[in-house]
Design a protein around this ligand. Structure first.
Ligand code: G3P
Ligand code: MG
Length: 260
């Protein structure tokens, strides 16, 4: 087993691969992100009915595949019958919903770092965090890319921490609550991830002053990215890396306590 380590965050992280440029959360999306010079990608992971971690944003299949129904109620085999790319463009019709294992293998091949976001239906948050973390520990290729687990659900992060304490965690917020720091500390988080539309300079200052790298989603506008970087944001998640070309990037930032 090889524990992941990392020392830096890139200024730009491809969101769901590169969601504006290729079907989201697919292997083709990772290749596209790499071709667009992303060093990291973000993607969403959830469990099938047979507890297999797959890459899928929504609870249901219908928006991003040609199937229907809740992923948590369907087996991996039944989900894999569907195209995960035809909805985006016919040229992607052979794409399938990737397994976590397939994703890790390709990330290693492409030398892409990853932010793995834990998604879970209500009641399966801890199970999802535990299963995904166990798989990450088991499956890590020897040329493991940098990894950061994140979630809106602290209980999922706590379960991941119990199974894979050495993989860094980040807490996701939409509106940042006043007790954000207590939540981050409770789950042992290294990074804070926020909706850029709810971020403002004073809040960014407070988070940065507390020593946390701050990541902002989902930013598809160059001027907005510039503003966020000027506020001290470490990384922005973008569906379309092409649109952010030329935004001033911060120096590479050390993640406190995680470099090795
Ligand atoms: O991880 C950042 C972002 O992906 C969180 O929101 O809904 O796009 O998964 P969502
Ligand atoms: Mg996500």
């Amino acid at each position: 087993m090889r524990h992941p380590t990392f020392a830096t965050l890139p200024p730009l992280i491809g969101h769901r691969g590169a969601a504006a440029c290729a079907p989201e959360n697919t292997l083709a999306g990772f290749r596209r992100a790499r071709a667009l010079n992303c060093r990291w990608v973000e993607f969403d992971v959830r469990l099938t009915s047979d507890r297999q971690p797959i890459l899928l944003h929504d609870d249901r299949l219908q928006r991003t595949t040609d199937g229907r129904g809740k992923a948590s109620a369907l087996s991996l085999a039944s989900i894999r019958r569907h195209s995960a790319g035809a909805w985006f463009d016919p040229s992607y019709k052979e794409e399938r919903v990737p397994t976590l294992e397939e994703a890790l293998r390709l990330l290693a091949e492409l030398r892409l770092g990853a932010n793995i976001e834990l998604k879970a239906v209500r009641g399966r948050e801890a199970e999802t965090g535990a299963v995904v973390a166990e798989r990450l520990v088991q499956l890590c290729p020897s040329n493991l890319p940098e990894l950061l687990i994140s979630s809106f659900r602290p209980v999922a992060l706590a379960a991941a921490r119990a199974r894979a304490p050495d993989i860094a965690r980040g807490i996701l917020f939409r509106a940042v609550p006043t007790n954000w720091r207590a939540i981050a500390e409770e789950a042992g988080c290294a990074t804070i991830h926020v909706d850029h539309q709810r971020l403002y300079a004073a809040l960014a200052d407070r988070i940065r002053a507390a020593g946390y790298p701050l990541l902002a989603y989902t930013v598809n506008d160059r001027e907005r990215a510039r503003t966020l970087f000027a506020w001290g944001v470490s990384s922005v998640f973008s569906d379309d890396p092409r649109r952010l070309e030329g935004a001033t990037a911060p120096d590479r930032l050390l993640l406190p306590g995680l470099a090795s």
